[in-house]
Design a protein around this ligand. Structure first.
Ligand code: NAD
Ligand code: DAU
Length: 354
């Protein structure tokens, strides 16, 4: 049985990737390596219980000995690396975990992979891939008339999160350049969809709207993000893994630039339609709150390389993807309630002075 090893497969994008991969009956089984931080949630993977094509290991990517054992036991033909601390606001309150997991953790994983890959036979060595999942935030912030980020845009990360991701991208690049490790890197824009942790804008707004709470918009709400449905990101990763050129980076985006205010208005309108309030609109709950320090103004992705070279483009429009997402949250309130208990409450109190 051939395996791919996925890190961070109990988080938002990683879990969507694992569920989609196994749902599509791809040839390889999955070894899912996740530390289960506050962002990792086994409830997301509940449908895989008893599925012998999914092996879960609660492991920190900083634990070299545990990684070595997993490589010996499962001999994966590829690694898809999602595991990270991923929330910008948390990186502002406490950067240490971001340095530890995103930089030191990625370094430790790369070292384990290098040792494992170096010991493979010629054919397996040539076929092996390490796919590093990264972000468009490494490129910094755009002005409103700047061209979108391309694969050759210079790195200019502005938050501890994006700086730690940029460092990990550089390490991955260096392991290819220096050791010949067959790496691929993707830099993707803002994802949204099922199983998104409600500390991020879209699921937070849905949860607060339904809970009758305020809908916090940082600053003037005019910061722009490029939104991509998570299933489209997973499809892009599958394409890059299958056919991407070793050593290359690929930008992944949805061609959906929206201000935060636009996003929140659209969410309110969808909720007004699908779960109307007794009186008034969800828009009445919108509140402007203090801005994020160093808040990047605009992200926008030029995803033409991926389309030109590998034929990938997003299947969902912002409208269709957001409607699916809102419907998913309405139908999966127990999942939301489960992740919003416990540690989540402490975060809300710290971030929003609630
Ligand atoms: P997430 O925070 O939802 O999930 C991260 C997962 O990694 C969790 O399951 C967590 O338990 C696990 N993890 C954290 N530290 C770990 C460690 N030391 N060892 C093992 N597992 C650990 O993140 P996400 O939004 O799913 O993002 C996944 C990846 O995609 C990240 O690398 C992120 O930088 C990148 N990315 C995210 C977006 C986005 O919009 N969410 C966009 C582009 C790129
Ligand atoms: O661009 C890709 C990145 O997108 C990923 O690398 C990150 O892991 C992911 O978290 C996301 O980062 P953002 O900072 O863009 O996402 P977030 O959902 O935190 O915020 C989106 C925008 O909404 C941002 O401009 C800040 C704003 N915001 C966010 C929250 C949580 C608000 O106005 N109010 C809020 O309460």
């Amino acid at each position: 049985m051939s395996h791919i090893l996925v890190t961070g497969g109990a988080g938002f994008i990683g879990a969507n990737f694992v569920l989609n991969w196994l749902g599509r009956e791809e040839a390889d089984s999955i070894v899912n390596v996740d530390k289960l931080t506050y962002a990792g949630n086994l409830a997301t993977l509940a449908s895989l219980e008893g599925n012998n094509r999914h092996v879960f290991s609660q492991t920190d990517i900083g634990d070299r000995a545990a990684l070595d054992q997993l490589f010996v036991a499962y001999k994966p033909r590829a690694v898809v690396h999602f595991a990270a601390e991923s929330h910008v606001d948390r990186s502002i309150h406490g950067p240490a975990e971001f340095i530890q997991t995103n930089i030191v953790g990625t370094f430790t994983l790369l070292e384990a992979v290098r040792a494992y890959w170096g010991g493979l036979g010629d054919v397996a060595r040539a076929g092996f891939r390490f796919l590093h999942v990264s972000t468009d935030e490494v490129f910094g912030s755009l002005g409103s008339n700047d061209p979108q980020f391309s694969e050759t845009t210079a790195y200019a990360p502005n938050s501890p999160y994006s700086a730690s991701k940029a460092a990990s991208d550089h390490l991955v690049r260096a392991y290819h350049h220096t050791y010949g490790l067959p790496v691929l890197t993707t830099n993707c824009s803002n994802n949204y969809g099922p199983y998104h942790f409600p500390e991020k804008l879209i699921p937070l707004i849905i949860a607060n709207a339904l809970g009758g709470k305020t809908l916090p918009i940082y600053g003037d709400g005019l910061n722009v993000r490029d939104w991509l449905y998570v299933g489209d990101h997973c499809a892009a990763i599958r394409e890059v893994l299958a056919r991407g050129q070793v050593g290359e980076t690929y930008n992944v985006g949805g061609w959906n630039e929206k201000t935060n205010l636009d996003v929140v208005h659209t969410l309110c309108d969808l909720l007004d339609e699908l779960r109307p309030k007794a009186a008034g609109s969800y828009r009445d709950q919108i509140t402007f709150v203090k801005d994020r320090p160093g808040h990047d103004k605009r992200y926008a992705i030029d995803a033409r390389k991926l389309e030109r070279e590998l034929g990938w483009k997003p299947a969902e429009s912002f409208e269709s993807g957001l409607r699916k997402t809102v419907q998913w949250y309405l139908e999966n309130q127990p999942w939301v309630q489960n992740v919003m208990s416990g540690a989540y409450r402490n975060w809300v109190a710290k971030q929003y002075d609630a």
